[in-house]
Design a protein around this ligand. Sequence first.
Ligand code: FPP
Length: 251
Amino acid sequence: MLNIFKKTNNSNDNFELDYNNIPKHIAIIMDGNGRWAKKKNLPRTFGHKAGVETIRKIIKECNKLGVKYLTLYAFSTENWKRPAEEVNSLMGLLVEYLKKEFDELNRNDVVINYIGDISKLPHNCQTELVKAKEKTINNNGVVMNLALNYGGRSEIINAFNSLLSNLSGEELKNISITEEMLEKHLYTAGMPDPDIIIRPSGEQRISNFLLWQCAYSEFWYSDILWPDFTEKDLQKAIYDYQNRERRFGGI
Ligand code: FPP
């Protein structure tokens, strides 16, 4: 149901979203899985498993709210520094997730996409990702971008290299690169920049995530650990976003 009224109540849990102003693109740094597990005296990998449950809920909610793009930071270019056991477990979870959840995601019209250099991921991860992307490319629901082996700096470098590799020697001498030219070579080419970037778990940094695209994103932080993050928390972030004034450098 469309609701043209907003700000009906300012208290924390009692608010009404403006369904005419849902962010087109939400990006999330899914942080806090390790601490969640530690608090429960469980191995870190249990935290990641619980994090997958949250992904399931949040995708459904985004679809319900009409969010067009949801970008989830699942594995950064720096996460290779983690113990091999944890890295392997994350890769295993990814394959399990894509296999187990594919039918439901597809039924819910979700487009499964990825950003990042997946060529460095184990072969079975690459195969499942490519298959899922191909099979869901014509769906009309939320586009779920899984950021995998993703780093904002390497994305920008790759974009430059890809742009320059298309040019001849003479063209290179006279080239003056514009933002629009570079954007066409980013992993997110053709997508709107994130309206809001959410980071749970109490950390307040960008961690090499969407460095180019976050130029005018709104940031929303929360102390909740990702496995405890709920649909209501997502709505709170959106409500907060809806009550901010975005000026994009203007007045
Ligand atoms: C950060 O929390 C989380 C990650 C590096 C991985 C996120 C992955 C998942 C939620 C599950 C796997 C993804 C898919 C798509 C199946 P952390 O481990 O750094 O937590 P901490 O800061 O509390 O240690």
